[in-house]
Write a protein that binds this ligand. Structure first.
Ligand code: DAH
Length: 341
């Protein structure tokens, strides 16, 4: 048996075909149902047990070798005919360029925001889009009767009112503070959800970037300077900022930050509604209650937080007046951002 296998192996190794017909004849002789190799597999049944392992291995090797040989000979002959028909690839032909995709404008803006803050030591952190009441509201000092908790604003999970789609990325602040000790410098981009009617200026799904800085001795002046740096990197070096007093449950004092209109530069236009200013984010000093809720000693540490809408900034930078365009995925719209990186 072993001699038979070895003889066939030699034959397979030496086989060189000159035509496809010869390859086919070889395949039939060796591998077809009634071929020599399947016949050896039949004989294998009568091999004495002590030799089975060795014979089995050799037989399998022979079968693989023959299969490979058939494929390799077919390929060789095909390559040769291609050559004869003058179908050698033309190496001087210009390459076909695959059409390039482009980043979505909201991703472009998000990446810019991330990298502006990364330059000054902030790290990106993310949290879940499905949140519990604690992380989205309670830990952030929202009173029990706060209207944001209302069904009209928040998408709750039907069977469990403790679970909702997060209404803001401030929930990630809580998660970070629960896990990390100060100093903390983090930004959290992400998708948020609110039960709002869809219009040119509002959508039920949109994106925010949250920022948080906690350490000993962090002051309102630190916040102002950080946000001024951000505004100038984002909207241009001549940009001015102004802070207007505001209210958020999780910051005290709270403010709303406006930037000078980067379109008209101040005198007023349709984009800034003739005020010269554009509102870009909410911010403030983290309320001591929030620090304590998250296990950070509010006597030792202070910090600031801020949150901005990516769509709003993108609308401003790209001068797109209808927010719905960002969600329709109309290729004619998206194509216009191919050069924005
Ligand atoms: N979470 C607020 C919102 O969705 C935005 C915000 C305001 C975030 C002030 C903050 C902040 O961190 O300090 O409207």
């Amino acid at each position: 048996m072993i001699e038979k296998i070895e003889a066939l192996q030699k034959e397979v190794e030496e086989f060189e075909a000159e035509s496809p017909e010869q390859v086919e004849a070889f395949r039939i002789r060796m591998l077809s149902k009634k071929g020599l190799i399947p016949a050896l597999f039949q004989d294998f049944k009568s091999v004495e047990p002590a030799k089975r392992k060795e014979v089995g291995m050799k037989l399998n090797r022979l079968k693989n070798l023959a299969t490979e040989k058939v494929n390799q000979q077919k390929e060789k002959l095909e390559a040769e005919t291609r050559g004869q028909a003058g179908e050698v690839p033309d190496l001087t032909r210009p390459a076909d360029f695959a059409p390039n995709g482009a980043r979505h404008p909201l991703s472009v803006v998000r990446n810019r925001i991330n990298s502006i803050f990364e330059k000054i030591g902030f790290v990106v952190s993310e949290g879940p889009e499905i949140e519990d009441d604690w992380h989205n509201f309670s830990a952030l000092n929202f009173p029990e009767e706060h209207p944001a908790r209302d069904m009209q604003d928040t998408f709750f999970i039907e069977k469990n009112p403790d679970i909702a789609l997060r209404t803001h990325t401030s929930s990630v602040q809580v998660r970070v503070m629960e896990k990390q000790k100060p100093p903390i410098r983090t930004i959290s981009p992400g998708r948020v959800f609110r039960n709002e009617a869809i219009s040119a200026r509002a959508h039920c799904i949109f994106h925010q970037v949250e920022g948080l800085y906690i350490d000993e001795g962090v002051s309102f002046a630190d916040m102002k300077q950080t946000l001024l740096y951000f505004a100038r990197e984002m909207f241009g070096e001549k940009t001015q900022i102004r802070l207007r007093p505001s209210f958020f449950p999780f910051t005290e004092p709270s403010a709303e930050m406006d930037v000078s209109c980067n379109i008209c530069g101040g005198p007023g236009c349709t984009i800034c509604k003739y005020s010269g200013w554009i509102e870009v984010m909410g911010c403030g000093m983290v309320d001591p209650n929030v620090l304590d809720n998250c296990g950070i000693d509010s006597k030792k540490y202070t910090g600031f937080a801020f949150g901005m809408g990516i769509e709003r900034i993108a609308m401003n930078i790209f001068q797109v007046k209808d927010l719905r365009m960002y969600f329709e995925n109309d290729i004619r719209f998206l194509k216009q951002f191919e050069s924005a990186i």
